[in-house]
Design a protein around this ligand. Structure first.
Ligand code: HEC
Length: 121
């Protein structure tokens, strides 16, 4: 009996990370790796392969100080509608044709993990 409950507990522990990183509605980390790292860098630190040729440098998403100055709504808007929509550089593309609102919301959550920050903190 003891063996069985340990086994079930093991299953439970494995089930949590699987669902937390699951695909519904879109895996934020995967989307980030697919669409954002060329500019924002594999680690989100703004050191992507494109930056050599860019006149405006991408945001360092690990910078808690500047990222903490943005509300979730502001981050959502700049991802969805692009830099131009928030009077920032056109070099930050709009993703509304590529990503769903739910995926963008998840990305905002992922950015909060990268910066380890919240709005105002
Ligand atoms: C072609 C390069 C490029 C790609 C790809 C790109 N970005 Fe950006 N991003 C930028 C640049 C450049 C800026 C800075 C704009 C500015 O400061 O005027 C920026 C700024 C941002 C900001 C604004 C930060 C702030 O200070 O308000 C967010 C959020 C952001 N990017 C998220 C993303 C996400 C999420 C993705 C992927 C879905 C992505 N970016 C893909 C170039 C890019």
């Amino acid at each position: 009996m003891k063996g069985l409950s340990t086994f079930l507990l093991g299953l439970f522990v494995f089930a949590i990370p699987a669902s937390a990183t699951g695909s519904a509605p879109g895996n934020a980390q995967q989307n980030y790796q697919a669409y954002c790292v060329q500019c924002h860098g594999l680690k989100g630190n703004g050191m992507g392969v494109n930056i050599r040729d860019m006149s405006v440098q991408p945001r360092d998403h690990t910078d808690a100080k500047s990222m903490g100055g943005r509300s979730d709504e502001e981050l959502f808007k700049v991802i969805k509608e692009g830099g131009l929509a928030v009077s920032k550089s056109v070099l930050m593309p709009a993703w509304q044709g590529t990503l769903s609102d739910a995926e963008i919301t998840n990305l905002v959550g992922y950015l909060r993990q990268l910066c380890k920050c919240k709005f105002g903190k």
